[in-house]
Design a protein around this ligand. Sequence first.
Ligand SMILES: C[S@@+](CC[C@H](N)C(=O)[O-])C[C@H]1O[C@@H](n2cnc3c(N)ncnc32)[C@H](O)[C@@H]1O
Length: 211
Amino acid sequence: MSEPEPLQTIAERTLDHYRQSAEAFRAGTRDHDVSQNIAALLKHIHAPSPLRILDLGCGPGRDLKTFAALGHVAVGLDGAEPFVAMARADSGCEVWHQDLLRLELPDAAFDGIFANAVLFHLPSRELPRVLRQLHAALQPGGVLFCSNPRGHNEEGWSGGRYGCWYDWPTWRAQLLAAGFDELEHYYRPSGLPRAQQPWLASVWRKPAADR
Ligand SMILES: C[S@@+](CC[C@H](N)C(=O)[O-])C[C@H]1O[C@@H](n2cnc3c(N)ncnc32)[C@H](O)[C@@H]1O
């Protein structure tokens, strides 16, 4: 059996892909409508506004702008330097330059975490550890939103980026094992036959009291 690829190599190659295509990515995703996902996060948060939101893997900052325009205190985080600069400039929000594999997050600091199209980049062997870090960064009762391209639990390289394409039972088991309670899940884009819905969105709560 071959040795697994070093984690840092996986992260850096994936980030290099985004670094090199940052302008094209921004142009290609600026008008993506993820209002359904933002609404799915916000509707489950019971804390008073303004909410403290972490946009994990914020990319060029499209959704940070939306959270800020709604009056919330949004903080971005991304590992690709061009995106960190774009997101800061475009949104005016604080944006942290961090690698998902080496997160340093404050404890119980956020009412919500928005992880749109990002957690699938984690090698599967690291997902449980990172989910527990996200759990720790949420307030009790806080909410985690995730959206990922779905599949049958394939894992590997695709178009210069590393990814895992989870099915719902596997993804759900990972989140429950990390201590989250299930709120809802749905497939996107809405209104299409399932075969034409490549995205799996899910929403989770950190229980108000530790079990
Ligand atoms: C598909 S993009 C999604 C961007 C944004 N959330 C959106 O919805 O448009 C994935 C994002 O994850 C970031 N990313 C990938 N691997 C990362 C890592 N190891 N550490 C930090 N960020 C990472 C990329 O730089 C990119 O911004």
